[in-house]
Ligand binder design. Structure first.
Ligand code: SF4
Length: 194
């Protein structure tokens, strides 16, 4: 079977998930289960939908110059390292998009795990480490203070992250509301979400 990824959600345009306007891909499945995680619906590895790498590349490249990059979040992206590496390799070799990668694994563990490091080194920025409730931060793309931000390339600096808005709300043509950002607004204010 060709490479594929189990996807929780995809949005074509966000300004709160990394520098500039970005597509965001949330992968389904997380083995870490951090207490207090904002995104528990992404935890089961049985949810979401399988998407081939070709399909994902078509969705992303169809956005052309409307976006400057792709952010990959979850769920835990590195739990799907094989498919993720295939996607990141194609992004790197076929586009000029930047890549922001979130992971709940600490950087030291990523760096010592060849399949995970292979993915991390293709990103521009890696936000690494589990969410720890009593170190809650919600700033500069870090949900908690223990998380590290590693700039793999020199494309961005910390000041690019410091300028990001904390939260975003999207309402699609069907009235579906999606909340995102490092400090998402409360769902009950805006009604049902997915
Ligand atoms: S790694 Fe991320 S998605 Fe997984 S439980 Fe922790 S905060 Fe939630």
């Amino acid at each position: 079977m060709s490479a594929c990824l189990r996807v929780h959600d995809f949005i074509a345009s966000s300004t709160s998930n990394g520098p500039g306007k970005r597509a965001v891909l949330w992968l389904q499945g997380c083995s870490l289960r951090c207490p207090g995680c904002f995104n528990p619906q992404t935890h089961p590895s049985t949810g979401g939908e399988w998407r081939s790498i070709n399909e994902l590349m078509q969705m992303i490249t169809a956005l052309g110059s409307e976006i400057e990059g792709l952010t990959i979040s979850g769920g835990e992206p590195l739990d799907q390292a094989e498919g993720l590496a295939a996607l990141l390799h194609r992004i790197r070799s076929e586009t000029r998009y930047s890549i922001v990668l979130f992971s709940g694994y600490p950087w030291e563990v990523i760096a010592q795990t060849p399949a995970w490091f292979e993915c991390a080194k293709m990103a521009d920025i890696v936000l690494a480490g589990p969410y720890i409730q009593n170190q809650h931060l919600a700033a500069g793309l870090r949900g908690s203070a223990n998380k590290t931000c590693r700039f793999i390339t020199n494309r961005y600096t910390q000041s690019d992250l410091d300028r990001l808005p904390d939260a975003e709300v999207w309402i699609d043509l069907n009235g579906i509301v999606t909340l995102s950002g490092i400090r998402p607004v409360k769902a009950e204010i805006y009604g049902p979400t997915r």
